[in-house]
Design a protein around this ligand. Structure first.
Ligand SMILES: *Cc1c(COP(=O)(O)O)cnc(C)c1O
Length: 473
């Protein structure tokens, strides 16, 4: 399989070429030149496969420059019961007839980002060793992404992680998770500033092309194609777990921020997985809901971005959305570029034409918004009626899913984090503390472990110096 950019550069690149890259050189995102199609016979063959084997089958449709046996070994080593607690890896939990949660958050950092990041860690290690290269990953996090990246890259050969986070601003649990890591290839730098300062520093360092090249700076952000590809697998798994025959359809509701998770659902649907609706659920930061209701994509400034109790969805600009728009516009790279480069970057918004917007339903997308009050009510109701604790992001999903139920189609709501990660709001809603997952060692008492981090000023020069000093550790 070859990959092209969403902004018109038709150069075709192999998977291994784009694996370690973020944006395409023209500023677009990578997509496969076409979506491989699955037919009834293939679905029948895949139904019942263990998760890791299903992952291999799907990955191998998109990756032809890693030998099959190696790819199989990478998938097998990534998706294990030891890491994810359950044989099914992403088991379904039935709530009420026709509505189930799919658990994507049973990995080491209790959020769905582990599903892709764990694979990325193994792919990076493999590819870097094959090339005899090393990579210094520089990232900024306000919580989930940083911990998922560190737990995926810890101890991996050839990879170092330099993760910036705003000093003193993450939850006690998130800080404990990241800062208790003692692996020498993981560096936590807490910046005296806010998350935006961290992100500005990453941009400043990445824009210094000479420094970037000399010190082999890379990223693991959500636009990376391999992350998206890893996520396609659980849509297939969820479909097989929820149905008995390949004549059935299911719908998925996806708690959304950067459109990364639900974009993988779009890819699965384009491949021919029988998905009826893809329900995009946002919190008060409803840039995406606004688009699916009106055809206007209007990004927000930081003053207009709310801090909510589902913080991993507090985004003002959905970085993966360009991939869907490219498909919606019939893969017209020039038009996609005009919308995202000329209009969004200059005016902060675009509106698709009426005839383009009219095509959205054919892709299955619908949407809705959930609020803090909705989250509390949904968490409480789910606990009282089903004895199940759900986290705030999943609650946004479940709330919006209920507005889109169709009695003839099963609804799968993706569980994107475990409640233990967002204890405060769960206690507010239910009066009880959520349990920590029993299958992950060391979570009890996590907060009292020794912490390893370095406080730095919000100054790109200081961070560069730090990388220079530590890139041979
Ligand atoms: C990152 C995240 C999301 C949003 O996912 P996107 O791919 O950015 O849409 C939702 N829930 C949780 C818990 C997350 O960590």
């Amino acid at each position: 399989m070859k990959y092209i950019s969403t902004r018109g550069d038709q150069t075709e690149r192999g998977f291994s070429e784009i694996l370690l890259e973020g944006l395409a050189p023209d500023g677009g995102l990578y997509l496969p030149v076409h979506y491989p199609q699955v037919d009834a016979a293939l679905l029948a063959k895949w139904r019942g496969l263990p998760y890791a084997e299903l992952a291999y089958e799907i990955l191998s449709l998109y990756i032809d420059d890693i030998p099959a046996a190696d790819l199989k070994a990478i998938a097998a080593k990534t998706y294990t019961k030891a890491t994810y607690g359950f044989d099914e890896i992403t088991p379904l939990k039935l709530l009420e007839p026709g509505v189930a949660l799919q658990a994507l958050s049973n990995g080491p950092t209790l959020a769905f980002k582990d599903m892709a990041m764990q694979l990325l860690g193994n792919l990076f290690e493999y590819e870097l060793s094959r090339r005899g290269e090393t990579l210094n990953i520089l990232g900024a996090t306000s919580g989930d992404t940083g911990s998922a990246a560190e737990y995926a890259m810890r101890g991996k050969k050839g990879v170092r992680v330099f993760m910036l986070s705003p000093h003193g601003r993450m939850s006690a649990f998130q800080q404990a998770q990241m800062f208790s890591l003692q692996d020498p290839n993981i560096h936590n730098l807490t910046v005296e500033g806010v998350f935006d300062d961290c992100q500005d520093i990453v941009k400043a360092v990445s824009n210094d092309l000479a420094f970037k090249r000399q010190y082999k700076i890379g990223t693991v952000n959500s636009i990376n194609w391999a992350r998206l590809l890893a996520q396609v697998v659980y849509y297939f798994a969820g479909y097989f777990y929820a149905t008995k025959s390949n004549d059935e359809k299911v719908s998925f509701t996806v708690p959304s921020g950067n459109f990364g998770n639900v974009c993988a659902g779009h890819v699965a649907r384009m491949m021919g997985l029988p998905i009826d609706k893809l329900v995009v659920a946002t919190n008060e930061n409803n840039v995406l809901d606004e688009f699916f209701r009106t055809g206007n994509y209007r990004v927000r400034g930081s003053a207009e971005t709310f801090e909510t109790s589902s913080p991993s969805m507090d985004i003002s600009k959905a970085s993966n959305f360009e991939r869907f728009i490219f498909d919606l516009l019939g893969r017209d790279g020039a038009r996609t570029k005009a919308l995202f480069k000329d209009e969004v970057e200059q005016r902060g918004l675009f509106t698709v034409a009426a005839d383009e917007f009219a095509k959205v339903p054919a892709y299955g997308f619908v949407s809705g918004t959930s609020t803090h009050a909705d989250r509390l009510a949904t968490i409480r109701d789910t606990f009282e009626r089903f004895g199940a604790m759900i986290d705030t992001h999943t609650a946004d999903g479940l709330k919006v899913a209920r507005d889109h139920l169709d009695p003839t189609v099963r609804m799968i709501v993706l569980e994107t984090a475990l409640p233990a990660k967002f204890e405060e709001t769960i206690v507010e809603a239910t009066g009880q503390k959520p349990a920590r997952p029993f299958w992950i060692a060391g979570l009890e008492g996590l907060e009292s472990l020794p912490k390893r981090f370095t406080v730095v000023p919000a100054d790109a020069k200081v961070i560069k110096d730090y990388i220079v000093q530590h890139c041979n550790d």
